[in-house]
Design a protein around this ligand. Structure first.
Ligand code: NDP
Length: 306
């Protein structure tokens, strides 16, 4: 039985490379977004080894090819069901196939969060997005809003400023949470205007988003509302780990991140290892995901030997 890797981001591919090079052919279940979250970004400038940066799709394509060269079998499916109650563990794919394995590496990553407004669903694909690099092109020379004050929001706002006429960065706190370098990029960009202490409460428009309803200084004595004319709203308020399928058996924290033993990829079940963003509430960087994929594979190799 091949070890199964669920997920195809830097963690999954790296795990497959290490497994393959130690004689264990891995089966990778690629999921809905082959290459993972990184494929929704443009240039990656902080992955060591590429002094001028590298196109994210090229980076992930290279990792995928390297995994294949090391013997990995790639399945273009998603996992719809899991039974981790006993070994061999079994997973069911969207095409109805059931696979079993004594070793599983969960590298399913995390998914963008939404505000929870009914208007987000109403205007999904008609002005609401959680991926500027995927959808920004549709808003060329238009005015858009980006919600969030972290690194993702600053990165998305900066990217959109390169395409759009104007970008409002809508931040609920009176400050940005992003790293200094990212903040500086936003602050020095003439096309970006930051709206601090502002929340989006709804959207309006007939055939798509024409604007957002805002509330400023919520809960304060000078709380007030306004309408902001925008053609698109991009959410950049964090991520939810993709661990739901495994929760009946695998320990997670209250946000759903898989709990691993210290800095190891060991979960509460023998032979099941977690790697990448699904087990990383803090760093969420491709290089960390790749490193944890390596650790997961090394633990899996040790486990298979024993
Ligand atoms: P963060 O959790 O860092 O930031 C989320 C932002 O969204 C915060 O400003 C938060 O506000 C805001 N927010 C959350 N919920 C709501 C809500 N319901 N309404 C309005 N605003 C909300 O997430 P990121 O995705 O930005 O970053 C996650 C990690 O990934 C970080 O460690 C970051 O450094 C890293 N990262 C690094 C990048 C890089 O180095 N190139 C690029 C992108 C991310 P509040 O502050 O009030 O909680």
């Amino acid at each position: 039985m091949n070890p199964i890797i669920i997920g195809s981001g830097p963690a999954g591919y790296t795990a497959a490379i290490y497994l393959g090079r130690s004689g264990h052919q891995a089966t990778i279940i690629e999921g809905l977004q082959p290459g993972g979250q990184l494929t929704t970004t443009t240039i990656v400038e902080n992955f060591p080894g590429f002094p001028d940066g590298i196109d994210a799709n090229e980076l992930m394509g290279n990792m995928r090819q390297q995994a294949i060269n090391c013997g990995a079998e790639i399945m273009h499916n998603t996992v719809v069901k899991a039974d981790l109650s006993r070994q061999p563990y079994s997973i069911t794919l969207d095409n109805g196939t059931t696979l079993t394995a004594d070793v599983l590496i969960i590298a399913t990553g995390a998914t963008a969060k939404y505000l929870g407004l009914s208007d987000e669903q109403k205007y999904q694909g008609m002005g609401v997005s959680a991926c500027a690099t995927c959808d920004g092109f549709f808003y060329r020379r238009k005015t858009v809003g980006v919600v969030g004050g972290g690194d993702t929001a600053c990165e998305e706002a900066t990217y959109l400023a390169g395409l759009c006429e104007k970008v409002y960065l809508i931040v609920r706190k009176p400050y940005l949470r992003a790293t200094q370098a990212m903040q500086q990029r936003v602050i020095s960009n003439d096309k970006i205007q930051i709206l601090f202490e502002t929340n989006v409460t709804g959207l309006y428009g007939d055939d798509g988003v024409e604007g957002a309803h805002l509330v400023h200084r919520k809960g304060e004595s000078d709380e007030h509302t306004s309408d902001l004319p925008i053609s698109g709203l991009f959410l950049a308020i964090g991520h939810k780990p993709n661990s739901d399928l495994f929760k009946p058996w695998i320990d997670t924290d209250k946000q759903g991140y898989i709990i691993t033993r210290g800095a190891t990829p060991l979960t509460n079940l023998p032979g099941i290892f977690a790697a990448g963003d699904v087990a990383d509430p803090n760093y969420r960087q491709a290089i960390n995901a790749a490193a944890s994929g390596c650790r997961a594979a090394m633990e899996a190799i040790k486990y298979l030997k024993e």
